[in-house]
Each structure stands twice: as C-alpha cells, then as structure tokens.
Design a binder for this molecule. Structure first.
Ligand code: PLP
Length: 185
C-alpha cells in the first residue's frame, strides 16, 4: 500500500543560506555545559509587580482592542517624552513614532519599505545577525564594511569608498552589538 502523499509541498526558502542563529547555538552550548549564558539577554530577575499591576488594570479597563496602526497615541506620546528626556530628541508622536513588536520587526519593516531590488545597503561588520537576511529579503544587496579592528569604530573612509549611486541605506546601531561601542556625534 502506498504511503499517503505528502501534505506539505516542498517549499523553496527565500533565505536558503541562513542557518541556525548564533543565539540558538550559544544558548544550547550554555545549557549543555551549565555555563553562565552571556550570549543572549536572559533577565535573572522577575517582572516588576508595578508592571504586572498596570497590565492587569489595562486589561480590566478594556484596553484589548486593535490599536491604530502606528500605535496607541498615549504610548507614542510617552515614547516621545522619553526620547526628549533621555536623548534631547524632539519627535512628533503623530508623524515620527511607530510602535513595533521589537527592533527585529522594525528593522525588517523599514528595509522592506525603502529598499528596492538591486539597491545596496551598507552594514558595518560584525553586525547583528538579522540585518543581512533582512536586506536580502527586500531584494537588496548587502555591502559589508568592516569596523576598525580592536576599537570597533566606524571607518569613514571605507564607508565613503563603499557608497555608490545604488546605496539606499546604511544600517548602524549604538551601542553597537556585539562590541558595545558607543558612537560619538
Ligand atoms: C543591534 C540589535 N538589533 C536588533 C535587536 C533585536 O531587538 P528585538 O529583540 O527588540 O527584536 C537586538 C537585540 O539584542 C540588537 O542588539
């Protein structure tokens, strides 16, 4: 008797070269060797009870509906206030803040929105592991520029040399992951 035909057809991945993430690899090793896991952000403290109370109150008050697409206005205002208080940055909560489910989604969404097929996007290596696959998903071409060995500072001459008329974006982050380097103005 022949076996049932496969219910899921073979799917061709759009990211065939993306393997297991370094986070999964390091966390599995830490578990195996019972080592302190510095490879991923695992809080070793509980949730602040004030936050648990606030979430409970919000749910009991019926705040469980779809928000406006850019995010709940009170949250966007609170984020604008925080940007001003911590970084001196004035952001318009109505037009300059969009709430996302974390940075990974924000970066992918931003790249999909602005990168057209064939556009080049500069990343400074070593870089966070989602950047290059995100650029490739958008149809862009990642252009890898190494940070200065040892100090992990941007090498502006190399960045300038990597820029072409096809350069659409440069992905930076500060403090830099994985080195922790903080950029100056
Ligand atoms: C540089 C960098 N980009 C993106 C992310 C992903 O952030 P999230 O967990 O909010 O998706 C991280 C997380 O550590 C990060 O360090």
């Amino acid at each position: 008797m022949s076996p049932n035909p496969p219910r899921t057809p073979a799917l061709a991945s759009r990211l065939p070269n993306v393997g297991t993430t370094i986070f999964t690899v390091m966390s599995a090793l830490a578990t195996e060797h019972q080592a302190v896991n510095l490879g991923q952000g695992f809080p070793d403290f509980g949730c602040d009870p004030a936050l648990l109370d606030a979430v409970t109150r919000a749910m009991q008050a019926g705040h469980n509906q779809y928000p406006p697409m850019p995010g709940v206005p009170a949250l966007r205002q609170a984020m604008a206030d925080k940007m001003l208080a911590l970084y001196g940055l004035r952001c318009d909560p109505a037009t300059e803040i969009t709430v996302t489910a974390g940075a990974t989604q924000a970066i992918l969404t931003a790249l999909l929105a602005v990168v057209h097929p064939g556009d080049e996007v500069i990343v400074l290596e070593p870089c966070y592991d989602s950047y290059v696959p995100n650029i490739e998903l958008a149809g862009g071409v990642p252009v890898r520029v190494p940070l200065t060995p040892g100090t992990f500072r941007p090498d502006f001459d190399r960045i300038a040399a990597a820029m072409t008329p096809r350069t659409r974006a440069i992905v930076i982050n500060s403090p830099h992951n994985p080195s922790g380097t903080v950029w100056s103005a």
